[in-house]
Write a protein that binds this ligand. Structure first.
Ligand code: GLU
Length: 308
């Protein structure tokens, strides 16, 4: 992929040189300490080739990008019954909004806002101990990325546990409506830990391949989910993957994507590639500022927007 290699390298150089980098998340010290000058990008094509630029092999906290994979696992476990516990409409609200949850009787608007992701985590946890549920999530990430070294940053997880007052409020509120089956502390423990998974752009792009290729890992041919399920997860990423910046992301980038407050974004170019970018500075909606710009440049230069 000579053209792709060149484009990816150029974008990495351009992003590294930019002064506008957004603001690093400060709600826990571990994220606040990350160097805002970092930028990484990895693109994995269907032929198995990988194009990388910048800090593509530097591990970062994937945070809410993990919600794509927990959604996949929960759908695998209970199928469409999941949609009784969580909706699939864009929220138009910040990631941790509580107002909407009250209006909608404890049913979170979608699986990617915090309340929805906590409900999804609760589904994975049911019938298991927290440690087993977490092990299942971690094994899934290692399997998808073909990398057994992927792990959880325990310091980040502990920090989230200590400061996650609003997530605790969301979880307790859902529990009062019977939306959560497990003890709130157990569900939150698993949620905080899967948000604290650490991965590089290269590992994350590898993990997202099944979404770009009809539910299959293109290098092994192994089916992770059905083509229909992959299509639907992509649809939710497109409409809900960037909180109240989802419309802007679709408008500018034109790909399904999911962001995290660690500054990572996983984006899917269906039939083409799985893409991960990372730049820790965030915009006002809590999405990676340069990550979004880099993806916009990538889709523009390669003609990869799903909208033509
Ligand atoms: N762990 C973060 C939280 O629950 C994830 C938020 C995000 O990445 O958007 O607050």
């Amino acid at each position: 992929m000579p053209d792709l290699d060149r484009v990816v390298r150029e974008i990495a150089e351009e992003m590294r040189a930019r002064a506008d980098r957004g603001d690093v998340a400060t709600y826990i010290p571990e994220l606040a300490r990350v160097d805002p000058g970092c930028f990484g990008i990895a693109v994995v094509g269907g032929d198995g080739e990988v194009a990388v630029g910048g800090d593509a092999d530097m591990p970062f906290s994937i945070q809410s990008v993990s919600k794509v994979f927990t959604l996949t696992l929960a759908l695998g476990k209970i199928g469409n019954l999941l949609w009784k516990r969580v909706g699939r409409e864009p929220s138009g609200s910040p990631f941790n909004s509580i107002v909407q949850l009250e209006n909608e009787h404890g049913i979170p608007r979608n699986p990617f806002i915090n309340a929805g992701a906590i409900a999804v985590t609760d589904v994975i946890l049911s019938g298991h101990q927290p440690r087993e549920a977490l092990g299942e999530i971690l094994r899934f990430m290692r399997f998808l990325s073909e990398d057994p070294s992927i792990s959880i940053d325990e310091v980040v997880a502990a920090s989230e546990q200590r400061t996650g007052f609003r997530n605790r409020a969301l979880a307790n509120y859902m529990k009062s409506f019977g939306v959560l089956e497990n003890p709130v502390d157990y569900t939150l423990g698993v949620y905080f830990h899967h948000c604290a998974i650490t991965m590089s752009c290269r590992q994350l792009a590898m993990a997202g391949r099944f979404l770009a290729h009809n539910g299959r890992n293109p290098s092994t041919g192994f089916s992770v989910v059905s083509p229909e399920r992959a299509r639907r997860i992509n649809a939710i990423m497109l409409t809900c993957g960037h909180y109240d910046g989802s419309g802007e992301f679709a408008y500018r980038v034109g790909l399904p994507g999911k962001s995290g407050v660690g500054g990572g974004i996983l984006a899917v170019a269906p039939g083409r590639a799985s893409i991960a970018v990372w730049s820790p500075g965030l915009d006002a909606s809590g999405n990676s500022h340069l990550g979004r710009i880099a993806l916009e440049e990538l889709t523009r230069r390669l003609g990869w927007s799903i909208f033509g």
